[in-house]
Design a protein around this ligand. Structure first.
Ligand code: ADP
Ligand code: MG
Length: 326
């Protein structure tokens, strides 16, 4: 049976051109460029809570890294380095090799170096810490939205939650749509280029990545910025054809695991955002606006119909679905 050190050397120690010193010593050594701030984030993925225990290890490797890079994207930071702390039930080398393959595929796509970590035996639990760089004072934060800003979201929020519903047998999607939704769930694409462009071109006052559901995450921007948000039902992203529209709408508003970006922009930026969407080949939807807080409970998110009437809604979705998310 391979030792912990054999496993690290075999599967996780790879060249780290962006680090002064990579895996193998007590610490990694990193040198951020002058004038840059470090953006640091960590996310844990626990088997049975954040992913199904039989998830393909290659896809899990990708996702473990991707969800962390999504947080860096939301700040407009450029991902540079990551650490991996893993607790693994046994030294199943086929599983570890496939996991590492997925993880390094994502690392390569987003140009990050795995510079260290920790490897122990225990219940399957994976924790990545990601570090990125952003020019001092320029990070996109949650607390910068202003009254009058437009609210935008990228891509197709809701597909990942539909993919989960499909895998759990709660819905039956047609084959091509099912494949698209399961891929959104298992292989999210962190919007690093979008976050970076929003920051470089000064297009956004505030941003967040959509990991807990669109309404909840827009609520975080509104709350932190001391404002309310209004969404226009008619401007929400088109629902995928071939899915139950009620389920698809609920997934879009309240599903999790999207890793799209939601952001607040000054209204004059619409042409620049249309241009950026074409450049990135990524749909960007102007779905609402920031308004002054209606009461002391700042951070309210309302969904309006074409007549400006509020549609029934809770933070977690339409209230005719009743229950909270699982
Ligand atoms: P220490 O006992 O000093 O904490 P470890 O024995 O835990 O060091 O780890 C040895 C080296 O291997 C360290 O440089 C650590 O960062 C690296 N390492 C451990 N696990 C991983 C992993 N999963 N991926 C990358 N590097 C790792
Ligand atoms: Mg040590």
């Amino acid at each position: 049976m391979p030792s912990e050190f054999d496993l690290i050397a075999r599967y996780f120690a790879r060249p780290t051109p962006q680090a002064v010193l990579g895996p193998g010593d007590d610490c990694a050594l990193l040198a951020p460029a002058p004038g840059m701030e470090l953006a640091i984030t960590t996310d844990m993925l626990v088997s049975g809570t954040h992913f199904l225990p039989d998830t393909d290890p290659r896809q899990l490797g990708w996702k473990t890294l991707a969800v962390n890079l999504s947080d860096l994207a939301a700040m407009g930071a450029t991902p540079r380095w990551v650490l991996l702390a893993g607790s693994l039930p046994d030294a199943d080398e086929r599983w570890i090799a496939a996991f590492a393959e997925g993880l390094f595929a994502c690392a390569k796509r987003y140009a990050v170096d795995l510079v260290g970590g920790d490897t122990t035996r225990g219940p399957l639990n994976l924790c990545v810490t990601a570090l990125g760089e952003v020019p001092a004072g320029a990070a996109l934060r949650r607390d910068g939205a202003r009254v009058g800003d437009d609210l935008w979201v990228s891509g197709q929020p809701g597909l990942a939650a539909l993919g989960l519903a499909q895998l759990q047998g709660r819905t039956q999607l047609a084959e091509t749509l099912a494949a698209r939704c399961v891929s959104a769930l298992q292989k999210p694409l962190p919007r690093v280029e979008l976050g970076r462009a929003l920051r470089e071109r000064k297009l956004a006052h505030a941003a967040i990545d959509v990991s807990d559901g669109l309404l909840a995450d827009l609520g975080h921007i509104a709350e932190r910025s001391g404002v309310d948000a209004e969404l226009f039902a008619a401007q929400l992203p088109h629902l995928p054809a071939g899915a139950d529209p009620l389920l698809a709408r609920d997934c879009q508003l309240a599903g999790g695991d999207d890793y799209e970006l939601a952001f607040a922009t000054p209204p004059g930026k619409r042409p620049a955002l249309a241009e950026l969407a074409a450049e990135l080949d990524l749909p960007l939807w102007c779905i609402g606006r920031i308004v002054g807080p209606k009461n002391e409970l700042r951070g309210d998110v309302r969904l309006l119909d074409e007549n400006g009437q509020s549609l029934p809604l809770t933070r977690k979705g339409f209230d005719h679905f009743g229950q909270d998310k699982p």
